[in-house]
Unconditional design. Structure first.
Length: 91
């Protein structure tokens, strides 16, 4: 995976809180609530059962915010597919 133009964050909790942020949105673990992102107008996608950033790439998207849907992120795609949409520059 080419991590260019993506920022990885990891916060150690009982299980790690993981986020990968691109220009248009972010991929996160189950600690993040999609409804909060809907309220703040942020594009996010959620994966679960992951313990590191690499596992997020192949994990299936379980939930997406309304803004993420607008840029083509859908439930069922992989984390890597979502990150490619979040990374893209305006076309």
């Amino acid at each position: 995976m080419d991590w260019t133009n993506l920022t990885k964050e990891r916060i150690e909790l009982a299980l790690p809180l993981l986020i990968v942020k691109g220009k248009k949105g972010f991929l996160a673990c189950g600690y993040v609530n999609v409804e909060t992102c809907n309220k703040t107008g942020e594009a996010c996608a959620i994966v679960t059962g992951v313990k590191d950033h690499s596992a997020m790439l192949t994990a299936e998207i379980k939930a997406v915010s309304q803004e993420a849907e607008k840029i083509g992120v859908t439930v069922g795609m992989t984390g890597e597919e979502a990150l490619e949409r979040f990374r893209k520059e305006d076309e």
